[in-house]
Design a binder for this molecule. Structure first.
Ligand SMILES: *Cc1c(COP(=O)(O)O)cnc(C)c1O
Length: 393
């Protein structure tokens, strides 16, 4: 694939080779399998003596286009796509870890990743330790000889915690650990973890990569030797993305830069307005000076991203009242959509945890997460302000 100097051009111009029809836009290759010229051709393909498409669980032109594009945007050597973001995360761990291995991570990670670590990995004797995000000096003491992967999310969901990627890159290298970064909130337009020494970058493509709330997907990109192992595992275990979803997501990447610019502009504006609102205790956004890791965010992020969180004063009850008072913003569990979405984790995504467990993962009773969309900022602000007012009556 041709390399361009600028992100925008790369996102638009990376395309699978044209077919005999000379189509301008990439078509969908909705075919489960591909044909061979003869028995010898088939033998050579299965023997890896020739490259090409065999079966869409292994590869497909739509998947290849998306993988190539993500490699060029993230600055990585190799990649694969999966059916969902969780499939990307699970497949990566399952392929790279053995029974007895240990993961170093932080509490502020996506809920389902937390569940995989805590509930399912013990079945295979894979353990983890959560370290404090704001005390990197303590991390070293938790590295054991079984530790193989450092897994982080920055900014994290839903806590919007920021980790220093440069520091992490050095830490991982010194300890010979594989650094895996979930880059879902930032996208490669805002930050490229590979530049700081990450070995693998994961996305839930369901979020900003699609960006329009239509399809599920996951991507894994990184060091070729590691990706080869993950691909070999995925080829036989089958977490593949559908060609249709790959087509949608690859098209979406053409507008990623302008969407992220606008999401970030709207979110920053909303965060600044909310900071002045008396109904609220705390607003968290990477580019607000009040963010505890503001300096790190400024160092490694091009923009602040599209997610803002805040605390309503009255706890769970007021959080629910706020949600019910919204007139335009959607109540939904997704994020990274063109439509502004509000989530109240304590009464929904994290309701199954005890209050103490929620506090441990950084979810206070009044925490509201806003995935700021692409509507006009005045309409977004007006709806959230009126809902805050109505919910304190
Ligand atoms: C949504 C999300 C995931 C999981 O992705 P799915 O596509 O829903 O499986 C993983 N990490 C983060 C940070 C997410 O927001």
């Amino acid at each position: 694939m041709k390399k361009y100097k600028n992100f925008e051009t790369q996102a638009v111009r990376t395309q699978t080779p044209r077919t005999a029809q000379k189509e301008h836009s990439t078509p969908m290759f909705l075919t489960s399998s591909f044909m061979f010229d003869d028995a010898e051709d088939m033998r050579a393909m299965f023997a890896d003596e020739k490259t090409g498409n065999i079966y869409s669980r292994f590869s497909n032109p739509n998947l290849t286009e998306l993988i190539d594009k993500m490699n060029l945007l993230e600055g990585t050597e190799a990649g694969l796509t999966t059916a969902t973001g969780m499939a990307a995360i699970f497949t990566t761990f399952a392929a790279l870890l053995n029974s007895g291995d240990h993961i170093l991570s932080c509490r502020s990670i996506f809920g389902s990743t937390h569940t995989v670590f805590g509930k399912f990995f013990p079945k295979w004797n894979i353990t983890h330790t959560y370290v404090e995000i704001d005390q990197p000096e303590t991390w070293q003491q938790f590295v054991k000889k079984e530790t193989k992967i450092v897994y982080v999310e920055t900014p994290s969901n839903p806590g919007i915690d920021i980790l220093d990627l440069e520091w992490l890159g050095t830490f991982a290298k010194q300890n010979k650990l594989i650094l895996v970064v979930d880059n879902c909130f930032a996208t490669p337009y805002i930050q490229q973890p590979i530049k700081y020494g990450a070995d693998i970058v994961i996305h839930s493509a369901t979020k900003y990569l699609d960006g329009q709330g239509r399809v599920m997907g996951g991507t894994v990109n990184g060091r070729k030797d590691l990706i080869d192992q993950i691909k070999a595992f995925a080829r036989s275990t089958g977490p593949a993305m559908s060609p249709f979803n790959a087509w949608v997501i690859s098209k979406s990447l053409e507008t990623l830069s302008i969407r992220m610019e606008k999401h970030s502009e709207n979110a920053f504006e909303l965060a600044k307005v909310l900071e002045k609102n008396q109904e609220i205790e705390l607003v968290k956004y990477p580019f607000l000076e009040s963010h505890p890791q503001y300096a790190i965010a400024k160092k490694q992020m091009r923009l602040g991203g599209g997610i803002v969180t805040f605390l309503v004063k009255g706890g769970v009850e007021q959080g629910r009242k706020f949600m019910d008072a919204l007139q335009m913003c959607s109540i939904s569990a997704n994020l990274g959509d063109t439509r502004t979405i509000a989530t109240h984790p304590a009464s929904s995504t994290h309701a199954k945890l005890t209050e103490a467990e929620r506090v441990e993962v950084g979810i206070l009773p009044g925490l509201v997460r806003i995935s700021v969309g692409l509507e006009h900022i005045d309409d977004i602000v007006a709806d959230i302000e009126q809902a805050l007012k109505a919910s304190t009556k």
